[in-house]
Write a new protein. Structure first.
Length: 476
């Protein structure tokens, strides 16, 4: 059973290639401001006012700058999912060090800015269907989205639930415009409220769940987040004070100018593409929409004498299913990573193939993870379920550890295995694979490329007769 599991894991990891698409076409590279395609006949059917109010209800009472960041970042749902995962993998990095590391990423400035508000970023990643729908609405109906936010603010204010205090200052700038700013410019508080109660009208937001929120129609606040001078300068021009809402014609203002987010979000719905060719290299790109399934997809590829790189993404707003992949190959082998999300659950996979063999990994947001490999010396696999149970195969043998030590499947049942058993190969006592999670430390590299993987899959340690020798899977 476990040998089949190992083969299936590698097969799954190697097969999660949704297309051949270049990163620059996916918003993976930092995108500059570009005007939206107003009135494009291929745009999706517009949302009505009630639908838009329900869609923006969870964020309408946030401070203006945070609203601006969220609206823009929602047009990059793939980067939102990636950044949220990256934050969890780097939760021990804080303060200026965190900002320095975030600044190195290729995410849009709005996504980088949201890393300073991890609870907001996490909600967007956990509600990816809602995030993508918000991004689509903002992309196609910017003025209507901003009007919906102001309508909700007016309703909350009229109901007596939106008022100035020690956390936020509420200013009626004009009869149609309510501005919300932090009371202390150096500290931002994220409002916590129930959208179904706070506005005096029971809004239910499809595809969004805030978890535990206040039951009464009141606005609470989490811990304040310090946004010092470095948030607007130094390494990170994407900081807090660089963002605002322009309520009088310009939706989002970034660094003093209009900012439209990912103008390519959803691309041409029924299909468009092209290519460029030269004497030594070529590139192709494409975007499309399948009306029978409701799935949007886009991406591209580039090829040269040095290798090939491809990336792509697909999203179905009806089911909330989302997938993205990056794949590369060169003279040394092939490498790739993918992410898939649906129903609040996310799975990440990686693979690497060289002349030494193939290795694949997978990890889920629920806590399950696995690694499997084949090479000249044999094959092996290891897996851990969300409940902590562990499973492994090596040399044709299957093992498990459900909390009382390792057991081997002898064909007629499970028998305890002695740590020193040569048949077991010392896997039970090998802390590098599981003990301190160092075997999984490079999962944060899943969406940044394979620089740390090229020198780790088989060169630092190899698969031999006793399982994983000299290493715990992937490590930096």
């Amino acid at each position: 059973m476990f040998r089949r599991y190992g083969k299936r894991l590698i097969s799954l990891t190697l097969s999660v290639v949704v297309g051949t698409y270049p990163s620059t076409l996916l918003g993976i590279q930092e995108a500059g401001p570009s005007a939206p395609s107003e009135g494009n006949p291929t745009d999706a059917a517009p949302h009505n006012a009630n639908d838009l109010q329900a869609l923006v209800a969870p964020i309408a009472l946030y401070p203006d700058s945070l609203v601006a960041q969220i609206l823009t970042a929602s047009t990059f749902p793939d980067q939102v999912a990636i950044a949220s995962y990256w934050m969890k993998q780097n939760k021990n990095v804080t303060g200026n060090a965190l900002m320095q590391e975030v600044d190195k990423q290729s995410w849009d400035p709005s996504v980088k800015a949201l890393t300073q508000f991890p609870t907001v970023l996490d909600k967007m990643a956990q509600n990816l269907s809602w995030t993508s729908t918000l991004g689509e609405a903002y992309h196609n109906q910017q003025s209507e989205v901003m009007t919906a936010i102001q309508t909700l603010r007016a309703q909350a204010k009229s109901s007596g639930n939106l008022k100035s205090g020690s956390q936020i200052t509420v200013v009626q700038q004009s009869p149609q415009t309510i501005v919300i700013q932090p009371t202390n410019p150096q500290v931002v508080y994220v409002p916590e409220y129930n959208p179904a109660l706070v506005y005096g009208t029971p809004y239910v937001t499809p595809g969004y769940s805030a978890g535990d929120v206040a039951a009464a129609g009141i606005i609470g606040f989490g811990a304040g987040i310090a946004v010092g001078a470095l948030m607007s300068g130094g390494c990170c021009s994407w900081g807090w004070s660089s963002w605002n809402c322009g309520w009088h014609g310009t939706a989002v203002v970034y660094r003093g100018g209009a900012y439209y987010g990912n103008a390519a979000w959803h691309g041409s719905y029924y299909g468009a593409g092209g290519g460029v060719y030269g004497p030594y290299s070529s590139g192709r790109y494409g975007a499309g929409y399948n009306p029978s399934t409701g799935t949007y997809a886009r991406g591209g590829s580039v090829s040269s004498p040095y290798g090939r790189a491809a990336a792509g993404q697909a999203y179905n707003p009806s089911t909330g299913a989302y997938g993205a992949t990056r794949q590369t190959s060169d003279a040394n082998g092939s490498y790739g990573s993918s992410v898939y999300s649906k129903g609040g659950q996310t799975a990440y996979t990686q693979h690497q193939t060289t002349s030494r063999g193939t290795v694949g990994t997978t990890e889920t947001s629920a806590g399950g993870r696995g690694i499997a490999a084949t090479g000249a010396n044999g094959s092996a696999s290891m897996g851990e379920a969300a409940n902590g149970n562990r499973y492994a195969t090596a040399n044709g043998n299957a093992y498990r550890n459900t909390g009382s030590g390792w057991q081997k499947n002898s064909g007629s049942g499970w028998n305890n295995v002695d740590r020193g058993s040569s048949a077991f190969g010392g896997m039970e006592g090998h802390s590098g694979g599981w003990g301190n999670s160092s075997g999984w430390s490079s999962r944060a590299e899943s969406n940044r490329g394979w620089d740390s993987m090229r020198s780790s899959g088989f060169s630092g340690g190899r698969f031999g007769g006793g399982g994983f020798r000299g290493g715990g899977g992937f490590r930096r």
